[in-house]
Design a protein around this ligand. Structure first.
Ligand SMILES: *[C@@H]1O[C@H](CO)[C@@H](O)[C@H](O)[C@H]1NC(C)=O
Ligand SMILES: *[C@@H]1O[C@H](CO)[C@@H](O)[C@H](O)[C@H]1NC(C)=O
Ligand SMILES: *[C@@H]1O[C@H](CO)[C@@H](O)[C@H](O)[C@H]1NC(C)=O
Ligand SMILES: *[C@@H]1O[C@H](CO)[C@@H](O)[C@H](O)[C@H]1NC(C)=O
Ligand SMILES: *[C@@H]1O[C@H](CO)[C@@H](O)[C@H](O)[C@H]1NC(C)=O
Length: 942
């Protein structure tokens, strides 16, 4: 049985402009290793035995035929194994086995993908391997701006640099040969300890080859070198840029879980790495790793480990993921309850820029990680030259093919010429054509001030030198001013920093990055918890691949947050993980919404806001709690806030409310709205909640604390299937600091709205729920047709293009822990919540010789189409498009073809908080008659 549904939906979302049209789990992509499980034992189950031996005592371990993948023998943290069975074993039976406390699927963890403009760039190994003398690029301004933005710099200025704190980094390995990373490994070095769990050649499927050395020198393993640099790099005098990591005096322990080239890791290796990090003495673990798919807290295998670690004083800081701007895309392990998930804010400046001069000595500034190495004069060839037409931004963009043809026909020595192109967002990919010309370097000019440049890794071909906006305007004018037959050229000196010390502002600087994943979890817990700079970040890179790189991602935001925690921990070693997280959150600064009149971006995008680590260290008050996850309610109960004055003076407090944006997961599921906004790109709405406080002014004596209450009331919302999430901040201003508490919630109760969407207007054709008909060789819902009411006839043929088959469109848009799709007898007596036909219309049913089975909760059935629940890892809560291209059902895992005759589709979805064994707790849809014509010779029944 094929489910082509996901593909057609993704195609639709492409046409409908944005991923935010896609119900959350459609983009979920957890790849589970079949019959492999992480198993945690009951603490009192054979307590004297090792985990391996304990497993052998469980009913599933007594049966032969398994291989142990990992043993977790950390008596105070986690006792368990991960195991691969040689036969089919389902998760439910593992969970129910005597001695087992909990169990999870072993799943692939995709290697972290930084965010690139052109997709994954080709990285070429730079020559000169082993040359560890780096160019001296001092004077390039703005390289340490992320430290300034987060006020880490102010702590460094006071000598607070993370001394005495151990930070573990679980990543793709580190090129610690880099002088900025200490040039070595082991006691006394910056990277003082660690472990390689996998080896260079690991892909996620082959056998890991562990060794004690976490070195990764390969360019494709550069991720861990970059994140390690953000934690703790320090360029030596006279080498590099003068870069400094956020906690340069901390001890770094590096754990490698990804191999070199393409390939993933598995969650059981990650858990092994986390436990080892704790055993090795970590205070905080930085994980720039995000796995989307299991966005239910209930099935997160990391949750228990993160909680255990936190109770032992080990903090877990993890990326929220790069799956934005769709909401409900926060990743594991970030969503673990006692961890700190981190979203990405765009850097305020481009960290590096350099200067070139034309023949009239006019300077032009360009943005590039390293200065253009060619020395002397370079001719500039503007794309479009030789066409004999005026060259405008479109002609020069790369989208206009005749311009490439003219460039190919021009006699140009590309060894001494730069190709000048204009940047329009959709033409960057076509710049790869420059390689066919023989041009290895492109100079790109901007056409508007708000264009965000996404720099690629060093070694990408063609290399791109980006002119700043001012220099872009200048070069266009300078070339326009040339007399006929005059050429334009630029001189580079190949080494020195920009002439001007001026910072080049990033147009989206200090706003949340569009790629950053949005929370909340399905269970409606706020994520991310905080934001830190992760967009356009300069850090270390493997020496053989350029030594420095600017990349973007929540991966880059995470180590800065972990290092911030380390700085705070170094000052407050006695505080618990939760108390330190609270301090980081309540002192963070809420960020505005980009390009909007709405004052603050949603808390499910920024959490508590941008870290202010100086404020976290110096705070004069303790505020608890640090967030309000108000869940699903039109009228959430009042919340208490405790304020304690930690200063030596009486403190006056003023308490107020700052609403933030409301967001919808499905902008295009609005009930009864004739003119709804079909543009479903990320759209912040101004629908502020209101807040009533028990008091808005307060004075506390030194050491005194008081508890006030706040009642936050959202505005009513008529569009439940768009799953709106409202948000904002409670603000508490003391004499010297402003604290805030982020909140979020759904403005209605999920119990009051069934999970199956109905009576909605959507951008996707045809109402839901509904049965459509479609030619058997089509894969998109756009090829489907509405059917006749009450009954329609379908034909399955040997040749799919001659088949006309049913296409079920049933969107379960509110989360449901159990969704069951079946075919049932056409004359069923089942009474659904939603009729897909007129029950008063009489139909002469055509008999099918299909055996009737007892069915779930006493509803007779012919068999199952799909059965989605949390333990079969199907991540229910999804739009459902099912094309019945083969007339196949299943029962207890056995698939079979059905015979000709009449059927009805039945969908049942468990309501929120419903009891799975109570028939009344399901919402259901019973569809019109599917009159099936199925040739038995083509689709033999069993
Ligand atoms: C899902 O993961 C697989 C394997 O990593 C990948 O090839 C595929 O493109 C992913 N699909 C989506 C929709 O991300
Ligand atoms: C090493 O790199 C530096 C800086 O790029 C350069 O000056 C030096 O010539 C290189 N040394 C060797 C042996 O390649
Ligand atoms: C890794 O793979 C390469 C290429 O297949 C091979 O030459 C090398 O020996 C392998 N390394 C290990 C440690 O297996
Ligand atoms: C740019 O020039 C091309 C080719 O002459 C022309 O088709 C296009 O309309 C021009 N665009 C603008 C904005 O002037
Ligand atoms: C350009 O450089 C390449 C590689 O260095 C060389 O083979 C080629 O002859 C050069 N072309 C010209 C026109 O100098």
């Amino acid at each position: 049985m094929k489910v082509k549904a996901a593909f057609s939906l993704l195609a639709i979302s492409g046409r409908a402009t944005s991923l935010s049209t896609v119900p959350p789990t459609q983009i979920a992509n957890t790849t589970v290793i079949p019959n492999a499980y992480i198993i945690e034992f009951q603490p009192d189950f054979h307590p004297s035995l090792h985990p391996l031996q304990r497993f052998a005592q469980t009913p599933i371990g007594i049966k032969a035929g398994y291989q142990i993948r990992h043993e977790y023998n950390s008596s105070d943290l986690f006792l368990g194994v991960s195991v691969s069975f040689e036969t089919n074993v389902d998760l439910d039976s593992v969970r129910k086995a005597n001695g087992v406390k909990n169990a999870w699927h072993v799943a692939l963890v995709p290697r972290p993908q930084p965010y690139f403009r052109n997709g994954s760039p080709k990285v070429q190994s730079a020559s000169g391997s082993g040359n560890t003398t780096l160019p001296n690029l001092r004077g390039v301004s703005g390289v340490n701006q992320p430290l300034v933005s987060t006020n880490v710099q102010k702590l460094h200025d006071q000598g607070i640099r993370g001394k005495g704190v151990q930070i573990a980094i679980i990543d793709s390995g580190v090129d610690y040969r880099h002088p900025a990373l200490g040039g070595g490994f082991g006691p006394g070095h910056k990277i003082a300890l660690g472990w390689d769990f996998v080896g260079d050649n690991y892909t996620g499927f082959n056998t890991p080859m562990p060794d004690p050395d976490p070195l990764a020198t390969c360019a494709s393993g550069g991720h861990g070198t970059h994140t390690a640099g953000i934690l703790a790099m320090e360029d030596p005098d006279n080498e590099g840029f003068g870069l400094v990591g956020a906690a340069p005096d901390a001890t770094i322990a590096a754990y490698r879980v990804f191999g070199c080239d393409v390939g993933d890791a598995t969650n059981d290796i990650l858990i092994g790495a986390m436990l080892r990090a704790a055993q090795d003495g970590a205070d905080v673990i930085s994980m720039s790793i995000g796995i989307i798919g299991d966005i239910w807290e209930a099935i997160n295998p990391f949750d228990a480990v993160v909680t255990q670690l936190a109770q032992k004083g080990v903090a877990t800081v993890a990326a929220v993921g790069n799956f934005g701007p769709a909401i409900y895309t926060a990743s594991i392990p970030g969503i673990s309850q006692d961890g700190l998930s981190v979203g990405s804010m765009e850097n305020e400046v481009y960290p590096t820029h350099y200067t070139a001069y034309d023949e009239k000595q006019r300077s032009l500034d360009y943005i590039s990680v390293l200065p253009y190495p060619a020395k002397g004069q370079q001719d500039i060839f503007l794309l479009g030259t030789g066409l004999g037409i005026p060259i405008n931004d479109t002609v020069a963009s790369g989208c206009y093919q005749p311009a490439w043809d003219a460039a190919a026909n021009a006699s140009v020595d590309w060894n001494t010429t730069l190709l000048l192109v204009s940047y329009t967002n959709n033409c960057g990919n076509s710049w790869f054509s420059a390689q066919d010309l023989g041009a290895s370097t492109i100079m790109a000019y901007l056409t508007s001030e708000d264009q965000l440049i996404v720099l690629d890794e060093p070694g990408t071909t063609p290399e791109i030198l980006w002119l700043t906006y001012n220099s872009s305007k200048a070069i266009v004018q300078n070339i326009k001013d040339l007399s006929p037959n005059e050429t334009y050229s630029l001189k580079f000196d190949g080494s020195t920093a920009a002439q001007s010390q001026q910072l080049i502002a990033d147009p989206q600087g200090r706003f949340m990055d569009s790629f950053t994943s949005l929370g909340p979890t399905i269970e409606l817990t706020l994520h991310p918890k905080v934001a830190s700079p992760g967009g356009t970040i300069l850090s270390t890179w493997p020496l053989d691949a350029g030594a420095y790189a600017v990349i973007s991602g929540t991966s880059m935001a995470t180590p800065l947050a972990a290092a911030s925690y380390a700085l705070l921990k170094s000052q407050f070693p006695h505080l618990t993980v939760a108390q330190l997280f609270d301090r980081l959150k309540t002192t963070a600064s809420p960020l505005p919404e980009y390009n909007s009149t709405i004052p603050f971006t949603s808390t499910i995008r920024q959490g508590a806001g941008l870290l202010d680590v100086y404020a976290a260290v110096k705070a004069d008050s303790t505020i608890t709690p640090s967030e309000f996850s108000l869940r699903d309610s039109a009228n959430p109960p009042p919340q208490n806030i405790t304020i304690k004055n930690d200063s030596d003076l009486p403190n006056h407090y003023i308490i107020s409310h700052d609403p933030a944006a409301l967001l919808r997961a499905h902008e295009n599921y609005l009930a009864g709205e004739p003119n709804f906004d079909s543009n479903s790109a990320y759209t912040p709405h101004s629908v502020p909640a209101s807040a009533q406080f028990s008091t808005t002014k307060l004075t506390l004596q030194p050491g005194e604390s008081a508890t006030i209450s706040v009642r936050i009331t959202p505005q009513p919302d008529n569009y439940p299937y768009s799953t709106p999430v409202y948000s904002g901040f409670v603000k508490i201003a003391s004499a010297s600091y402003v604290y805030s508490i982020p909140y979020m919630g759904l403005p209605y109760s999920r119990d009051a709205v069934g999970p199956i969407a109905q009576n909605v207007t959507t951008t996707i054709p045809y109402a839901t729920p509904q049965v459509l008909s479609i030619p058997g060789n089509q894969q998109s819902v756009f090829a489907a047709q509405a059917t006749t009411p009450n009954i329609d006839t379908y034909y399955w043929k040997a040749n799919a293009s001659e088949s006309i088959v049913p296409f079920l469109r049933i969107d379960v848009l509110l989360p449901s822990k159990h969704i069951l799709y079946e075919l049932v007898p056409a004359n069923t007596s089942f009474i659904p919540t939603i009729y897909g036909f007129d029950p008063s219309v009489k139909i002469d049913y055509q008999d099918t010789h299909q055996p009737i089975l007892p069915g779930f909760l006493g509803v007779p059935t012919y068999g199952t189409i799909r059965d989605l629940n949390l333990t079969n890892n199907a991540s229910p809560s999804t739009g459902f498009f099912y094309m019945f291209d083969s007339p196949t059902l299943s029962n207890n895992g056995v698939a079979y073809n059905i015979t000709s005759g009449d059927y009805r589709p039945l969908a049942r979805a468990l309501k929120w908080n419903g009891n799975e064994t109570n028939p009344d707790d399901y919402e259901s849809y019973l569809g019109p008659v599917i009159r099936a014509n199925i040739p038995a010779d083509v689709f033999p029944s069993r």
